[in-house]
Design a protein around this ligand. Structure first.
Ligand SMILES: NC(=O)c1ccc[n+]([C@@H]2O[C@H](COP(=O)([O-])OP(=O)(O)OC[C@H]3O[C@@H](n4cnc5c(N)ncnc54)[C@H](O)[C@@H]3O)[C@@H](O)[C@H]2O)c1
Length: 260
């Protein structure tokens, strides 16, 4: 019985993989033996740095441009992963954007952008990657990025929170649909991260306003904010055979932020 996370022989797609959490998942999965396909809306210096970090593990890496909200682009991403890396065994639906509006404030344009990327993107990538996994006939693991704001109502992240709650239900539904193919579908719900925050539509990062860090810290049972590796370790566990009997769940990885 395997006692360590061993992903040798697996290929993983990480969407939104050029920086921050996506980069951490990619490097951690590669350290566990997976070859990596990094997909993002742009190949920039951040992407190149992440490619180098993956290469340093000794695993193969392919970086490509893919808008997860565009079905044709997602199809092309899966095709490229198969032709250049030999298949798709793991999908990490990490691409996402945020905004600061409440539900009363959010514009239709902002709502559509958030739902296109966070929820439609997750569904499209899952449909197409899972179709390839079924064709391969050796199972697979899909890990979605929800958020503590998909579990707890945070008024300053209105549309984002609703989209991340949708990711939790999509995770359960896909887990039911794909279980017979030994494809497991799970999610993690990250809390607050010490590094830069998730970006908005223009890619710029949102930083916390005055007092927000103190408010967050006071609710954290573990009294520290998360690091990208805290999330990547749980992603690697869910991707591996150590999580072989886990499907349809969303694991809060938030230092106790969402303890009721
Ligand atoms: N940082 C946090 O504290 C936190 C907390 C909870 C959940 N999350 C979730 O984790 C994931 C990663 O967040 P992050 O903090 O690393 O944010 P980030 O903004 O650094 O990374 C998101 C990545 O997604 C990419 N992306 C955006 N639109 C895309 C599209 N249409 N197609 C492909 N790629 C696209 C961006 O270019 C970026 O590289 C997101 O889904 C986010 O909602 C993050």
């Amino acid at each position: 019985m395997e006692t360590r996370i061993n992903l040798s022989g697996n290929t993983a797609i990480v969407t939104g993989g050029r920086r921050q959490l996506g980069a951490a998942h990619a490097v951690r999965l590669a350290e566990c033996g997976a070859d990596i396909c990094l997909a993002d809306i742009a190949i920039d210096n951040d992407m190149e740095a992440t490619v180098e970090r993956v290469k340093a593990t000794g695993q193969k890496v392919k970086a490509l441009v893919c808008d997860v909200a565009d079905r044709a682009a997602v199809e092309e991403m899966v095709k490229t992963c198969v032709s250049e890396l030999g298949g798709v065994d793991i999908l990490v639906n990490n691409a996402g954007i945020s905004s600061r509006e409440t539900l009363m404030e959010v514009s239709e344009e902002e709502w559509d952008a958030i739902f296109d990327i966070n929820l439609k993107g997750t569904v499209l990538c899952t449909q197409l990657a899972a179709t390839q996994m079924i064709r391969q006939g050796r199972g697979g693991a899909i890990i979605n990025l929800s958020s503590s704001t998909g579990l707890n109502a945070n008024v300053s992240r209105g549309a984002y929170g609703v989209s991340k709650a949708g990711v939790i239900m999509a995770t359960k539904l896909f887990a039911r649909e794909l279980g017979e193919h030994d494809i497991r579908v799970n999610a993690i719900a990250p809390g607050f991260t010490s590094t830069a925050r998730i970006g908005g539509r223009d890619g710029a990062m949102f930083y916390r306003g005055a007092g927000e860090t103190e408010r967050v810290m006071s609710r954290l049972a573990l009294k520290r904010q998360g690091e990208p590796i805290d999330y990547a370790n749980v992603v690697a566990f869910l991707a591996s055979d150590l999580g072989a009997y886990v499907t349809g769940v969303t694991i809060p990885v938030d230092g106790g932020f969402t303890i009721p």
